[in-house]
Write a protein that binds this ligand. Sequence first.
Ligand SMILES: Nc1nc2c(ncn2[C@@H]2O[C@H](COP(=O)(O)OP(=O)(O)OP(=O)(O)O)[C@@H](O)[C@H]2O)c(=O)[nH]1
Ligand SMILES: [Mg+2]
Length: 224
Amino acid sequence: MNDHTQTKWQTPTEWANWLFAQDCTFLKSVEKLENLPAYNLTEIAFAGRSNVGKSTLINALTNRKTLARASNTPGRTQMLNFFRLHDELVLVDMPGYGYAEAPKALVAKWQKLVRQYLLGRPTLKRVYVLIDSRHGIKTNDREIMKMLDETAVSYQVVLTKLDKISEAALKKVTAETEAELQKHGAAFPILGITSSEKRVGIEQLRVEMAKLCPRYETFGFEEI
Ligand SMILES: Nc1nc2c(ncn2[C@@H]2O[C@H](COP(=O)(O)OP(=O)(O)OP(=O)(O)O)[C@@H](O)[C@H]2O)c(=O)[nH]1
Ligand SMILES: [Mg+2]
């Protein structure tokens, strides 16, 4: 038996919900690689097509309304935005890809930044690749997944906006996405299924993220 008396948390879920209710503060926006913050905190990045719901998911996870800028206008997030969660984790809101109306030069600049960041960031421990459940995996998602397969960073695919589709459609997109995930070696085999709007799947994600904190190991929770 592990001795839990040293901690206030009896289960990973308790720890995760506590952690995500702590202070979360905007740290920095970065548009050039040279300006990446230097520290030893564990980073978790959110990638995906423009408008897929990255900023909204960060707000839902941290139970804030306006921490990360969410908007109906695609291309809202134009830089890497760093948010520090209680000296434990850093959440990184990334510019979306696949935004057709963005000027080409700007798209090229974002892509370069995103690539360089994803490929060479030692503190980056997990990338969440968000996919709109109405659309499924698209070509540019495949490109990013292929790139992540080639790096040492683990990633998980998460379907968003499930409140916008029928149960039958969700079943179909889930099966298709899971089948495709099997072809990607570095992908976490379990698909995340979320609605930030209806708060579905949020706690599950919090738990997975909270497990990435270095001190999680010291709690001695028994894995179920
Ligand atoms: N119904 C519903 N709408 C959502 C959900 N998540 C996000 N949205 C909406 O989708 C739109 C885009 O969300 P954002 O969070 O700004 O998307 P993003 O991926 O950050 O977009 P960029 O910053 O352009 O890359 C907003 O209008 C959100 O309110 C969800 O779970 N359900
Ligand atoms: Mg955004």
